[in-house]
Design a protein around this ligand. Structure first.
Ligand code: UDX
Length: 433
């Protein structure tokens, strides 16, 4: 077992720290945000992620997991340092590596001898050359390793303990294999040891492939509407081909979240800088923007200006409170000028959403949102919405109209309950007069 420091206690850093501690390592999570560190020290995770808080508390009680704002303290006698800081997009889509550079410089300044720097942050393919130059300029003996994360929000703890694969890339011989040993306790994880650039591209191209599948099924949905097909049945029929598979073929309001758009933009920027074609990448991003416009247009045709629309769901996907790059937030932003919008979400109707939606009433109570609404626009596929009583909903609303973005309802049941139904990839329907 090893002593490991993890710089950055966001979603990836905390899951990785608690997971490695559970495997038996001694792990110190480091962050510049002292308030966040204090909360983590007391066993509180400052975001909603199933199973994570108990795992953090287990690590704290065992003494194998701790948190500090003092990086120098964390680096004492520490060989393995995981960098899990944000790499946000700048205005032209390039990854802003300032947090990564700050971590590298802080590590360089520490007297700790030979270290292995494991970059878990998603960084542009080929950037290790500049990171290595920074280390060399500081005469720091360090090996750089790319170890991308494949954690999906809402299931991140399960993804850590049952990874579909562990990817480790390094350009010095034997280093990737050494780092792979840190994750040895994970059952059956298929291991890929490669050079750094291969590991980085596995991460980017995986997210491109997933985003492309979402864009593709949303592209299919438009033709389903035009020709009277049901996109859910089309997806089912497609998914029966083992070469296509059933996953990631759910039509909806478009992909959101802090990864797909950011990683696609970074991949496009890197390709463009290398003089490579970006047509496919551009088409995926454009389809996702087109999907947003189609969703807004569909809701607009169900109501008239000044009427009230109740939006159900703000998180970018269920089981998370994360509203970063949420398509639901973007839909509300497009509607809030012309309509009275009230938005509800079980966990994401908080401060971050309030900052993004000034003047929009937010509530975690769906019945309060529904009261007097002329349209109920379901945007996030929360399970509690799938089971909502349509009869009670109709009693609350001023007019029975449902927009079903994620396809969580059976259109026939909705129409039978007296609602007008509009969705994605399914023909709009109205109750028989
Ligand atoms: C993603 C990758 O899945 C994960 O492997 C990577 O490490 C980080 O990025 P995440 O962003 O948490 O994870 O969410 P994901 O479950 O991939 O969904 C991304 C977006 O696509 C969400 O807005 C989701 O609603 C949407 N989506 C997903 C669809 O619209 N249809 C689908 O079939 C699947």
């Amino acid at each position: 077992m090893e002593k490991i420091a993890i710089i950055g206690t966001g979603f990836v850093g905390v899951v990785t720290a608690a997971g490695l501690a559970d495997l038996g390592h001694t792990v110190i999570g480091v962050d510049i945000d002292e308030a966040k560190i204090d909360r983590l020290r007391s066993g509180h995770v400052p975001f909603s992620e199933p199973k994570l808080e108990p795992l953090v508390r287990k690590g704290l009680y065992s003494g194998r997991l701790s948190f500090t704002a003092e990086l120098n303290h964390a680096l004492i006698d520490t060989t393995y340092i995981i960098v899990a800081v944000p790499t946000p997009p700048d205005k032209d889509g390039a990854s802003d590596l300032s947090f990564v550079h700050a971590a590298i410089d802080a590590i360089s300044a520490h007297p700790q001898q030979e270290v292995v720097i494991i970059v878990k942050s998603t960084v542009p393919v080929g950037c290790f050359k500049t990171l290595q130059a920074r280390l060399d300029a500081n005469d720091k003996r360090a090996s750089l390793v790319s170890c991308p994360e494949f954690l999906a929000e809402g299931q991140a703890v399960s993804d850590f303990f049952s990874p579909s694969r562990t990817v480790v890339g390094a350009n010095q011989a034997g280093v990737a294999e050494r780092v792979a040993e840190l994750f040895e306790g994970l059952p059956g994880a298929r291991l890929i040891c490669s050079n750094a650039e291969t590991a980085q591209l596995i991460k980017y191209e995986s997210n491109k492939q997933l985003a492309m599948r979402v864009a593709s099924i949303n592209d299919t949905a438009a033709r389903c509407e035009a020709f009277g097909a049901d996109v859910h049945e089309v997806a089912k029929g497609m998914g029966m081909d083992p070469r296509i598979g059933e996953h990631f073929l759910r039509a909806g309001i478009g992909y959101g979240g802090s990864c797909f758009s950011k990683d696609l933009a970074a991949l496009t920027y890197t390709a463009r800088m290398a003089g490579l074609p970006t047509g496919l990448l551009d088409a995926v991003a454009e389809q996702n923007e087109q999907q947003l416009r189609r969703v807004v247009a569909k809701i607009r045709e169900m109501i008239t200006p000044g009427q009230k629309v109740a939006v159900f769901g703000l998180a970018f996907k269920p089981l998370t409170s994360d509203v970063r790059s949420s398509r639901a937030i973007a839909v509300v932003q497009a509607l809030m000028g012309d309509y009275t919008v009230i938005a509800t979400d079980p966990v994401a109707a908080g401060d971050e959403a309030r900052i993004l939606l000034p003047g929009v009433e937010l509530t975690d109570n769906p019945w309060r949102a529904a009261k007097g609404a002329h349209c109920a626009a379901f945007l996030t596929a929360w399970d509690e919405y799938r089971q909502i009583s349509l009869e009670l909903l109709q009693l609350q609303m001023a007019r029975p109209a449902i927009f079903d973005g994620p396809g969580i309802f059976d259109p026939n049941k909705v129409v039978k309950a007296g609602f007008r139904y509009s969705g994605i990839g399914r023909p709009s329907r109205s109750p028989l007069a």
